[in-house]
Design a protein around this ligand. Sequence first.
Ligand SMILES: Cc1ncc(COP(=O)(O)O)c(C=O)c1O
Length: 395
Amino acid sequence: MVGADGSCVDCSMTHTLSKIPPYVFYELDARRARHRAAGKTLIDVGIGSPDGPIPSVVVETMQRVAADRALSGYPYFQAHPTFTAAVTGYMQSRFQVALDPAREVLALAGSKEGIAELVLSHAEPGDVVLVPEVYYPVYARSTLLAGAEPVFVPFLADGRLDLDAITPDQARRARVMIINYPGNPTTTSVTLDELARYVAFAEQHDILLLSDLAYSELSFDGYVVPSVLQVPGASRVAVETHTCSKSFNMAGVRIAFVAGKQEAIARLDAYRSNIGYGVSTLSQLAGATAFAHAAELVPPIVTEYRARRDRLVAAMRAGGWDVASPAATMYLWLDVPAGFDDWGWVDALMAGPGVVVTPGIAFGDAGRGKFRVSLVQNGDTLAAAAAGITSTVPA
Ligand SMILES: Cc1ncc(COP(=O)(O)O)c(C=O)c1O
């Protein structure tokens, strides 16, 4: 078990848990808490938790469901029919992807847990899980929990995965390959043709392709995020996770879904039925309302993030930093200035202007030398954060 300070507590209890390195976010929390305790006022752009309100139409559903006596029992294992209907309708209208609601969709209590459970239900000791070299931490941690080996696939200069770097032995042992476009923290976007390349690779090597599409709706300037399930034949090899957390400001509701390859969904369903019940009915029906109303609910949220991105980028540039404007996600992924290491830079920003950012090593060794800024504050606060960052070391 990992303690609040990131250290291993009673690791003798389990051999797989003890192999997992301390979670960098625990360390970031501890440093943030120390500065706050010393009276420092901080601007927190480190976390990726949306600060906007849950849409009112979703709140109304939650109030109604909470008061409905008929919905107080255990939920369905797989998904509530209202949830699968809303999800299949959304996938059809948003991506023109037709799904079988009974066999190709499963509700998840957030995509983080769902991704972990997919890995745990598919990989075991001796197996490999292919993970992008800069990655959302659960990809590697769930692999280690399964006793399997994460193999980090390097990026090409444009952010695509270098599939040629995967050795024949790694490809033979691989059970799952995870992709994440638009990427957290990299913000890299992808085309449907590129997704087809991953589908072909997965098919050739008989690997489950797991596409984490947490940022499906947060894109700007005309870029429309594709789904891997739009690739013809993809549902033979691929599953994709979608979440309400970012698209609808519902991170606290914990509702997401996985769609695609039937055998993988059945395997995940079987795994989960041994350790829990289905996802909370309240969360599922909240998610159903969100997906059913996606066409109205998403645009104002995207407009807000675009305005924040533009404000932050402009303020960074005004401070002399030459930063690119990302086409998707809610982050900037920036270089740590020369003369600082990752934690040294994070500490300098906390102790100086009081800005909390996430060090790149939170996303794996290959994230070293970078840091992430999240668009989770209003424009004025982001501009103040940018001023603090750029004045700490003018580029
Ligand atoms: C790439 C990526 N995947 C998954 C998640 C987890 O989302 P959820 O709230 O659905 O668990 C996040 C959250 O930040 C994320 O950035």
